[in-house]
Design a protein around this ligand. Structure first.
Ligand SMILES: [Zn+2]
Length: 232
């Protein structure tokens, strides 16, 4: 299992590691700051020494698998210096934290649950199970999210005993992010707004998002609404 440096500090941009496994283009390190794809998040890209990493995915045993560019080889035991594409990753962190905030506000105001989300650096979307399709109201909820951003609350992450965590109301709002079968759940808390079980990467303060800009609302059937948004 690789040590997940992104859980200790999501702002780790560079790190040193040792290659522990290579299988074709798939490589595993003893520790990594590369965050794998999953739960609506894209996998990190970057480099290990001169080798381009084109994607990061989850492997078996909760390992983090780095996908090397075609033709690249690195050998087991090699010491490498990793660097993630920070601009891209930081936007993903800001977008992802925005999705938490939007889900919390929509949930509080309407009872809606999140049925899906896709976080990308340029444009992201969240899907809600929501009876009414009312653009004005949805715009109001986006404004409420921006008022929360102006207050700049902290975003804290910590681990909690699974049974205790699952007693917290609303701890699993993202229907797609069912907590894994582990004893300790990782919790992400936007102070005063939201608490969720989640293994992703987030910013430390809401102010880093600056502003959520809603782009488009879509009606995706009987009770499914989709919101596209971006950030500056
Ligand atoms: Zn998250």
């Amino acid at each position: 299992m690789s040590k997940k440096l992104f859980w200790d500090d999501a702002y780790t941009k560079e790190f040193d590691a040792t290659v522990t496994s290579v299988d074709g283009p798939q490589l595993i390190l003893d520790q990594t700051a590369f965050h794998p794809r999953g739960g609506g998040l894209l996998g990190d890209t970057g480099s290990l020494d001169g080798t381009k990493i084109v994607d990061t995915i989850k492997g078996s045993d909760d390992s983090v698998v780095h996908v090397m560019q075609a033709g690249a080889t690195l050998s087991v035991g090699s010491k490498v210096h990793g660097a993630i594409d920070w601009d891209r990753r930081y936007r993903i962190m800001r977008m992802h934290t925005s999705a938490h905030l939007l889900s919390a506000i929509f949930n509080k105001e309407t009872g809606a649950l999140i049925t899906g989300n896709q976080i990308e650096p340029e444009k992201s979307r969240v899907d809600f199970s929501l009876e009414n399709f009312d653009r004005e109201k949805m715009l109001t909820h986006c404004q409420q999210a921006n008022e929360a951003i102006k207050k700049n609350p902290s975003v804290k992450t910590y681990f909690m005993n699974r049974e205790e965590a699952l007693k917290i109301p609303g701890i699993v709002k993202l229907a797609t992010a069912a907590p894994p079968d582990v004893k300790e759940l990782r919790i992400v808390e936007i102070e005063g707004y939201d608490i969720q079980a989640d293994g992703g990467v987030h910013v430390k303060t809401l102010g880093e998002i600056a502003k959520i800009e809603p782009l488009k609302f879509e009606n995706k059937g009987k009770s499914n609404r989709r919101l596209y948004f971006t950030i500056p």
